[in-house]
Design a protein around this ligand. Structure first.
Ligand SMILES: [Zn+2]
Length: 165
């Protein structure tokens, strides 16, 4: 008797080292020390591999994105984002935002995926993205639809977040 096996290739989010350093540094600066900040990560997907090529910070799409203290993106911000994807030929491979404390998803994070598409990745950096950040403190979540997520971060992070030269 044959056994059916559902196999999903595991997602890998790849950064060039300089791009990762810039991301963490800018996210921290954009918190101004007291509110969340975040960005869409644009790039290319081939198989399991997602390579980040471009960073689009939320406040560059909507200057009011951080006004409540937590990230709130209005629907109108997405038009310019899709324009950017079209003109660059890139797609949104993940999003990232920072928390003041730990990098666990809040109820709002779970219920409001930035991109409500299965396998979308949402990363959370702890402590206002203040460097240095320990890898096991970083949250990475894969969207599974219907407000369900799979955690790929914390102790699993090294298999999913790859920072290259
Ligand atoms: Zn959050």
């Amino acid at each position: 008797m044959e056994v059916a096996v559902l196999w999903l290739p595991k997602s890998e989010l790849h950064f060039r080292a300089a791009e990762w350093v810039r991301l963490v540094d800018e996210l921290h600066q954009r918190t101004q020390g007291y509110h969340e900040s975040g960005a869409f990560l644009l790039g290319r997907i081939s198989g399991r591999r997602r390579l980040v090529e471009e960073i689009v910070f939320y406040d560059d799409l909507d200057s009011a994105a951080y006004d409540t203290g937590v990230v709130v993106m209005r629907a109108a911000s997405f038009g310019p984002l899709w324009d950017r994807c079209r003109s660059s030929g890139l797609q949104v491979v993940a999003d990232v935002h920072v928390h003041g404390g730990s990098a666990r998803q809040s109820l709002a994070d779970k219920q409001n995926p930035m991109i409500a598409q299965k396998r979308h990745l949402a990363m959370i950096l702890p402590s206002m993205a203040r460097a240095p950040i320990a890898g096991d403190q970083i949250g990475l979540y894969e969207y599974r639809g219907r407000h369900r997520w799979k955690s790929l971060g914390h102790n699993r992070l090294s298999s999913h977040l790859i920072i290259g030269p």
